[in-house]
Design a protein around this ligand. Structure first.
Ligand SMILES: Nc1nc2c(ncn2[C@@H]2O[C@H](COP(=O)(O)OP(=O)(O)OP(=O)(O)O)[C@@H](O)[C@H]2O)c(=O)[nH]1
Length: 248
């Protein structure tokens, strides 16, 4: 899904005054990219697994409840890694779905272009939705078909881990999946480290700027948002009647 100003909670826009708790993610002009240091990541997965939420949480440290249907937003941000400034571009994508035979994928052409474009891949399933988990293997094969030469840097994310009571994917299945997709699996315990480690993997492998691609597979376990804390902060913001736009 895609975050828009109108759908952002806390949008107290009245009469077009533009008061948002959360404003759309600013994209800096492409000319502003750090020359030769641009890393492109695409986030892929089935419907409703939390792709947009992951990206927004990484970029804003906030969890937002509702998003509009995703049309494929590109987010950009400069990050400093090992003392070096890197332009990070993160492509959100519409969902992919398993075909009826469960072997192939319904995958829009726009997604194929994103896969071709990217240096690294964040594959997301929800632990509360087993079919989203079953989508990962064919999705990985699909990425491999588009990049047949060499290995590809992949981060596997088991999302919605706060919803333990609704869990449909046992923890060991995530490990098994990671093992079946790649030679190694590493565990990231925060969303931040999930994206940053994908950056590090890509950079370490000489990725970015078309220098593709050797790689490994990393299993990420982002910390889920503390919903109580988020609700508390949201109420706090509402009660203080924030009037001015908050910049990210
Ligand atoms: N409890 C919980 N809910 C989450 C989490 N991540 C996302 N959600 C919710 O799951 C729903 C779907 O999240 P999105 O980020 O829109 O999912 P998406 O994968 O981009 O969805 P598509 O646009 O269908 O591809 C939203 O209601 C989110 O608030 C999480 O970690 N925990």
């Amino acid at each position: 899904m895609r975050l828009t100003a109108d759908s952002a909670p806390g949008n107290m826009n009245s009469g077009g005054s533009g008061n948002f708790l959360l404003v759309p993610i600013p994209e800096y002009p492409l000319l502003d990219c750090v020359p030769n240091k641009t890393v492109k990541i695409v986030v892929l997965g089935a419907s409703n697994v939390g792709k947009t939420a992951l990206i927004v949480r990484f970029l804003t440290k906030r969890f937002i409840g509702d998003y509009e249907a995703n049309t494929g937003a590109l987010y950009s941000r400069k990050v400093t890694m090992d003392g070096e400034e890197v332009s990070l571009q993160i492509q959100d994508t519409p969902c992919v779905a398993l075909q009826d035979d469960a072997e192939g994928l319904y995958c829009q052409e726009q997604i194929n272009r994103s896969i071709y474009w990217a240096d690294g891949y964040v594959l997301v399933f929800s632990i509360t939705d087993h079919s989203s988990y079953r989508t990962i293997q064919p999705l990985y094969q699909h990425v491999r078909r588009i990049h047949p030469s060499g290995n590809i840097p992949v981060i596997l994310v088991g999302n919605k881990s706060d919803l333990l009571r609704a869990r449909q994917v046992p923890a060991d299945e995530g490990e098994t999946l990671a093992a079946s997709l790649g030679r190694s699996a590493s565990h990231q315990h925060s969303l931040h480290s999930c994206f940053l480690s994908s950056l590090q993997v890509i950079r370490a492998l000489g990725g970015g700027n078309g220098e593709k691609r050797r790689g490994g597979l990393h299993l990420a376990r982002p910390k889920s948002p503390n919903m109580q804390e988020l609700k508390r902060r949201f109420r706090q913001v509402l009660s203080s009647k924030v009037k001015s736009a908050t910049t990210i």
